[in-house]
Design a protein around this ligand. Structure first.
Ligand code: AMP
Ligand code: FE
Ligand code: FE
Ligand code: ZN
Length: 277
């Protein structure tokens, strides 16, 4: 029997719809042997996920997805097998989350100024416990009928160049790689097929990148083939996952659409042991 994993999943700790417990249970129900929870810029879902994964018997890899900026472009760096108790990592993520709150307040104010009547309180209600972000603003706009769907909110209002857009906390991919490595984790470049130049991969490898996300719902089979080759050539680990957010994103991002051979989890774990020596 082949064992498989999903190494890229969001929960209510960031902009996913389902709690860490619900996500772990769903992965178990679908027959996954392992999963990684990779919330945006936060570790706050990991304790709950760890507890439930032990109870029901599915392997959980600690994870995080750090949002960074490189030459004006958004670059996401995944960190696997990080130590969630690492103070340096916690401190930096706290800083990023404080900034997230300021930023969303400013974005809501701008939307109000141009006539979209949504309240910051409502955006916080929607975000729940999680790291607040643009998807929560999008939902508030949607439920008031200002837009047809979440994508439209991003397209018209919430992306760079739009009136309500405020940039994120500026951290570079190099800094995120360093941060993850310091916390004992393995830094991996997320979904390179979404808007990134291939040149970035060898560049980041030279700054300490250890893996490449080869399998992702937005990667065509040609892209998968290409990134598989690049990872092999550059001796990078390979990962993949559904980037499941619950109902926030379309069905192509559902749990079960990406099944990564457990072999790659073993490689991650071996690397983790190797770097701790
Ligand atoms: P933030 O971290 O607040 O900048 O929000 C970024 C998140 O918004 C991403 O991680 C996605 O989950 C979501 N997102 C970005 N662009 C889009 C889009 N065009 N449609 C739907 N969701 C998006
Ligand atoms: Fe997201
Ligand atoms: Fe991402
Ligand atoms: Zn993601």
């Amino acid at each position: 029997m082949t064992k498989y994993a999903d190494l890229h999943i969001h929960t209510t700790a960031s902009d996913g719809d389902y709690s860490p417990e619900a996500v772990v249970r769903a992965a178990k129900a679908q027959g996954f042997s392992a999963l990684a929870i990779t919330d945006h810029d936060t570790l706050s879902g990991l304790a709950e996920a760890q507890k439930i994964s032990k109870e029901i018997g599915i392997e959980l890899l600690t994870g995080v997805e750090i949002s960074t900026v490189h030459q004006e472009k958004e670059v996401h760096i995944l960190g696997y097998l990080i130590d969630p108790t690492n103070e340096y990592l916690q401190e930096k993520l706290n800083l990023m989350n404080n900034y997230r709150q300021e930023r969303i307040a400013k974005m809501v104010k701008r939307l109000n100024d141009v006539g979209y009547e949504i309240s910051l309180n409502r955006v916080y209600e929607i975000s729940g416990q999680g790291a607040i972000g643009r998807p929560h603003v999008a939902k508030a706009l949607w439920e008031k009928g200002y837009i047809k769907n979440i994508k439209e909110a991003f397209l018209k209002l919430l992306s760079p160049g739009c009136p309500a857009y405020i940039p994120r906390f500026k951290i570079t991919p190099e800094e995120a790689i360093e941060l993850i490595t310091t916390a004992g984790g393995i830094p991996v470049l997320a979904h390179p097929g979404i808007n990134l130049d291939d040149d970035l991969i060898p560049y980041l490898k030279n700054t300490g990148l250890m893996g490449l996300e080869v399998w992702h719902p937005e990667h065509s089979s040609q892209m998968v083939e290409k990134y598989y080759k690049i990872a092999t050539q550059l001796d990078l680990l390979m990962t993949g996952g559904s980037d499941w957010h619950g109902n926030n994103k379309d069905a192509s991002f559902s749990l079960g659409v990406i099944k990564v051979d457990y072999y790659h989890v073993e490689k991650l774990k071996l690397k983790h042991i190797e770097i701790r020596k």
